[in-house]
Design a protein around this ligand. Structure first.
Ligand code: ATP
Length: 260
């Protein structure tokens, strides 16, 4: 059984059908890229899976649970984490704190314990801190050591994007959704990210679905590529299969990104 099963997913915004009867699966441990021209419905798909938007029709089953109608926080607890197209961090909080916040969906202490700070709270906080530091260590030296305590706003753009991924990992997901992880990165940084995404899958045992316009990354990481256009899946397969598919080439003609 697939880890994620989407059936007949449909979402309208006024007169626009952003997602149109979509069926999509992701198997455990797979890396799937979702590509398509601007406005194809990719981000709406992520918003539907994470509970930020409610579908008009269709089913989303994750790890055996129907998740349509659950709150985003419940979906995170079940094991789906995401990053956003535009970086969304707490700029004044430190690098470590930004990641610790995400870990709180796995902790049990409430407000009262946070004020009284009994030993059980302090133990849990130490564990949260260690989990955050482990997630940050995934990026080599870039986000560790003295950077643990620097405010997120002082990081370079590429490091802020890395921090977002670390934060998503700290929530302990089974499924990681990355929305345009290379946006704003230079070719060298993109090259690094290709290796990193594979390492995350191999070492943390997480399934990854990503939206991406940079075809170098799509080619470099995907086991399967799904192409959307006007909310429908128009092609699916290995990168070289979809890149030479006539419907895909046609969908991209005259639009921004192209599957070269
Ligand atoms: N909240 C909203 N209200 C109205 N229309 C929306 C909303 N969100 C998305 N849409 C519309 O739904 C369609 C799909 O948008 P979506 O952002 O999902 O596409 P996308 O494939 O992620 O595009 P891009 O590659 O540009 O990020 C577009 O026509 C968009 O204008």
């Amino acid at each position: 059984m697939a880890l994620l099963e989407i059936r007949g997913l449909t979402k309208d915004f006024g007169g626009v059908r952003a997602v149109d009867g979509l069926d999509l699966d992701a198997a455990e441990g797979e890396i799937v890229s979702v590509i398509g021209p601007n406005g194809a419905g990719k981000t709406t798909l992520f918003n539907l899976v994470t509970g930020m938007t409610r579908p008009d029709r269709g089913e989303i089953v994750f790890d055996g649970h129907g998740i349509v109608g659950l709150r985003p926080s419940q979906i995170i607890e079940l094991g789906i984490a995401r990053t956003f197209q535009n970086v969304r961090l707490f700029p004044e909080m430190s690098v470590r704190e930004n990641v610790m916040v995400a870990r709180h969906c796995r902790t049990r202490s409430g407000m009262l314990k946070a004020v009284l700070r009994p030993p059980s709270f302090r133990r849990e906080e130490a564990e949260t801190r260690e989990a955050a530091e482990r997630a940050l260590a995934f990026f080599g030296a870039r986000l560790v050591g003295w950077r643990f305590d620097t405010p997120a706003r002082s990081l370079s753009y590429a490091n802020r994007r890395r921090l977002e991924i670390a934060r998503a990992l700290a929530s302990g997901p089974k499924l990681l959704l990355l929305d345009e992880p290379t946006a704003g990165m230079n070719p060298h940084e993109t090259g690094e990210l290709i290796g990193l995404i594979r390492r995350i899958r191999d070492e943390i045992d997480v399934t990854i679905v990503l939206i991406e316009h940079d075809m170098r990354l799509v080619k470099g990481v995907s086991e399967r590529v799904v192409v959307l256009d006007y909310g429908q899946m128009i092609a699916e397969g290995r990168y070289d299969e979809v890149a030479s598919n006539e419907r895909v080439i046609e969908a991209y003609l005259g639009r921004k990104a192209s599957p070269a």
